[in-house]
Design a protein around this ligand. Sequence first.
Ligand SMILES: [Zn+2]
Ligand SMILES: [Zn+2]
Length: 331
Amino acid sequence: MSGDFATDDEAARWHYRPPHPVRLNPLFQWPIRLRAVWDWYRGAWLMITAVTVPLAFALVVWAVFLPPLESMKTFQAGWMLRVWLLNVIPQTLVAGGLHWWLYMRKGQGMQKKFDKRDLTRKNGVFTFDNQVLDNIWWTLGSAMTVATVYQWLIFWIMANGWVPVITFGDAPVFFLIWMALIPMWSGLHFYWVHRLEHHPKLYRHVHAVHHRNVNVGPWSGISNHWYENMFYFTTYFVHLVVPSNPLHLMFHVYFQQLSPVFSHCGFEKLIAKDSEIAKSGDFFHQLHHRYFECNYGTSEIPFDKWFGTFHDGSAAGTERTRAHKKQMYTR
Ligand SMILES: [Zn+2]
Ligand SMILES: [Zn+2]
C-alpha cells in the first residue's frame, strides 16, 4: 500500500477514479472556509445537477400539472392517477434518457466512467436474468407504487386542512429556507434508514435487492425491495410535521426519486460534444456499492466521517472498510 493517493493500489481497480480523495461538505469542517462552502453550494444549486434537475421538475409540475389541493379532499381516481403519472413519467424520462445516452448510444464512450464493466445480462442474480430489466421492474413497479401511495396520503391530509399548509406569500423566508433544507433532511433520513438496512438480517432479505448492483446504472438508483421502499419513502411524512406547501413535497419527491438516478449512473460527468454539461455520478456512493460497509450516507452531511465508516476512494479506505466488515460479521 502506498500513502500517495495518485498512485495507490486502488487506482487500478477502476476505469476512472476522481483524481482527489472524495470530498465532503465543507460546511461541517472547522475552521470554516467560506470560499469552499460557497463553491460546494454553487456546485450543487447553480449548475445542472442532481439537485437542480429535481427542482426544475418540481416547479414545472407544481405550476402546470399538479391537481389543485381542493380536488384531493376525497380519494378519487382522477387526481390519484395523475399523481402516479407525475411520478412515473419523470422517472422514465430521466432514467431512460440517461440509460439511453450512456449505455445504449454510448454517447460519451468510457469517458468519466467509474467501472470497467458494462451492465450485466444473462445473470441469474437478477430478476428476469437481466440487470436493466430487474432495475426497471423494482423502480417502476415497487418504488413508484410505494412513493405514490405515500403522496396520496399526504396530499389528502393537506387538502383536508389537518396539517398546516403554507404559501409563499404567508412566509417567504421560511418557504425558501425549507426548500433549501430538503436535500439535507433527505440525507439525514437516508443515512439512518440505510444503516438499519445494513443490519445483517435486513440486509439479506431486503437491501440485497439494491446491492445486486455492484456495477450500477441509472435504473439502479431506486431499484429497491418493497420493504426497503416502505422505509425509504417515509422521508415524505416530514411534511405532515413541518408546515409545507405542495411545492415542498414535489421537490422532495423528485429529489428523492431522481437524484439517485444521477448518483448511480456510473459516470462522474455527462459529456456531449466534448464539453461537460452536467455533474452526474457520485463516487462516494459508487464506493458503497463496491465495498458495501462504508459510505452509508451522502457527502452532504458527513455522518460516515463522524462514525468512522467513510471511504475516501484511497487504498487505505478499502483496507479500513474490509477491517470494519470483518468485525461486523464476527461479533
Ligand atoms: Zn447499502
Ligand atoms: Zn445505491
